[in-house]
Design a protein around this ligand. Sequence first.
Ligand code: F6R
Ligand code: MG
Ligand code: MG
Length: 362
Amino acid sequence: MDKITISVIKADVGGYVGHSSMHPNLITKAIQMLEEHKSKGTIVDFHVTACGDDLDLIMTHRLGYDNGDIHKMAWDIFVACTEVAKQLKLYGAGQDLLSDAFAGNVKGMGPGVAEIMFEERKSEPVIIFAADKTSPGAWNMPLYKMFADPFNTIGLVIDPSMHEGFTFDVLDIFENKTVKLNSPEDMYDLLCLIGASEHYVIKNIFKKSGEVAAASSTQKVNLMAGRYVGKDDPVMIVRCQSGLPAVGEVLEPFSMSYMVSGWMRGSHWGPFMPVSVEDAHPTRFDGPPRVIALGFQINNGTLVGPRDMFADVSFDLARKQANEVANYIRRHGPFEPQRLPLSDMEYTTLPGVLKKLKDKFK
Ligand code: F6R
Ligand code: MG
Ligand code: MG
C-alpha cells in the first residue's frame, strides 16, 4: 500500500507523582520497543511523548486504519510500561487497560486512538495535539474554528482552494452514531450539536473532495468501563497548508484559553492551557487541563520533528488567561459551574455518594 497512516495511540498506564506526569522510564521502555518494531519494518517511524500522565505513541506505517498488528504493538507497549509502572509503584499502574487480553483492536479496551491515512503531498506538515485532564469534546471548538470560522481561518475567505469549506463527521457518543455535516452549508446544525461537547464529538474532518484533513480520538474510558476510571485525555491529528488551514490557523484557536470539562477528578470545568512539552505536567488542583502540539513534516513516512509548537511566547497570554480563569472559577469550589452539571457527574465517582444518601430521602 502506497498510502501512509499516522496512528496516535495513547493510554494512562501509571502516573508520576499521582496523576501529574510521566516517569521517564516508561518513555524509555516505549522507545525501546518501538525501535525494535521499526527495525523489523512494521512501522516506518515513531515518536513517543507524554502530556501529564498520558503516554502518547505516534507511529507511521503503511498498514492502514485499524490494523491489528499496529494496535497489538501499542497494546503490548502499554502492558510492558504498566509492568515498569508497577515496579516503581507509580500511581494507577495500568489504569486505562480495561482488559487482561488483547482482542484485535485497542478501541473499546481503554486506550484512545486517532488515525489518519493519506497520500503524502509534495510537502506534508502535520500537527499532533495531546491533552491531559479533559475529554474528547475538548477538540470541538478548536476544530470548528480551524475549519469553519473565517474569523480564525482567513484562508476560508481568501484561498480559492479552501473556499468551498469542509465536511465534519460528528459522533453521538451515547448512541454511537455519526452524522456528516457540511460547512458552511450546515453550519448552524453543526454548532447545534458540537456546542454540546460532552455529547457530540467531531471525529473526522474532510475536504469536500473526500480527502481527510483531521482525526481525533473519541474513546470515553468511563463509558467503556461502566465505572469511573479517569478522564479520556484525547489526541488529535491535523494536516496543514496547501488547501488546508495553515499551521498558524491550526494553532490560533488555542490563543484563547477556553473552558473544557475534566480537571480534578474529571468533574470540573476548567481553562484549557496550551503549553510546551516541558510544561505539560498538571499540578494545581490536578490541572488546569493541558494541551501540547507537536509539529512534524512527514517525509516518505518519516517524522521530521517534532517542533514544540506551543513553546512560543505568543501563547503566553493564553497561559496567563488560563491561570486567571483558574483562580476565578476555583473560588466556586464544589458549586456549579466549577463542578460539572449532574448529568455529566454520572460518569464520575459521585453516583457512589448519592447511593449512600438514597435511603435518607423521605
Ligand atoms: C482526573 C484525574 C485526577 C484524579 C484525582 C483523584 O482525570 O486523573 O484528578 O481523579 O487525583 O484520584 P484518585 O481517585 O485515584 O485518588
Ligand atoms: Mg491518571
Ligand atoms: Mg491523564
